[in-house]
Ligand binder design. Structure first.
Ligand SMILES: [Zn+2]
Length: 217
């Protein structure tokens, strides 16, 4: 069962107080409508009934896809990742069963990252390889004259016909889509397999730009 708590939130625009539901945990298999709302970001938006303004709200949330063996924990607090791992390792039987099933545990700090991890996994890709490819694209784009300081974010986004792409979002709101070939994904995994495995920890781990810098250093 997905779990939530409801409490009152004050609108930062007009001061109106209304109930707001925070989802502490989501079981994607049981509540696919909640998964949709994670992917479109709706689950983390405060929508004021009085003035109509919408505000993003990020709160700790654990996403679990039992069928696809994925758990993604959204938190801005590094300490709570350790706490989640403690809970995980404190029930070795469950952990062992999940390990045999090839469970993947990820920690993310933004709603966009959470959606990205889910999409990557749904496309049967390895997010560690995708993060490395994002960095390679960044290097290449910089060398080709792109102003990399104007980049606000880079995310995997599935393209048509099961193809893959990275969307580069710029600070001014513009976007560029860079296709990535299946071949590059395979090659990257083959070339860096040992390093990738050496830098993969048990339990919840943040696989992001900091992680990639260790791989490529
Ligand atoms: Zn309001």
């Amino acid at each position: 069962m997905s779990k939530c708590i409801t409490n009152e939130v004050e609108c930062p625009e007009c001061g109106n107080k209304q109930n707001y539901v925070r989802w502490q945990s989501i079981i994607a298999d049981i509540d696919p409508q909640l998964k949709e709302k994670v992917l479109n970001g709706e689950l983390f938006v405060f929508d004021c009934k009085k003035c109509g303004k919408k505000f993003p709200i990020t709160y700790p949330c654990l996403y679990h896809d039992m069928g696809k063996h994925l758990m993604v924990y959204l938190t801005s607090d590094k300490e709570s990742i350790n706490e989640m791992n403690k809970i995980l390792f404190d029930s070795p039987e469950t952990f062992e069963i999940q390990a045999r099933q090839g469970y993947i545990y990820r920690a993310v700090s933004t709603v966009n990252e959470m959606a990205e991890k889910i999409m990557i996994h749904d496309m049967k890709l390895d997010d560690r390889v995708i993060e490395i490819i994002k960095m390679l694209i960044l290097f290449k784009s910089g060398n080709e004259g792109m102003d990399v300081d104007s980049i606000a974010g880079m995310f995997y986004y599935p393209a048509k016909d099961h193809k893959h792409q990275i969307v580069i979002m710029f600070a001014d709101g513009k976007q560029t889509f860079i296709p990535i070939e299946e071949e590059l994904i395979k090659e990257t995994m083959t070339n860096l397999k040992d390093k990738i495995e050496q830098n993969t920890e048990e339990g919840y781990q943040a696989i992001n730009v900091e992680w990639v810098s260790k791989i490529l250093s």
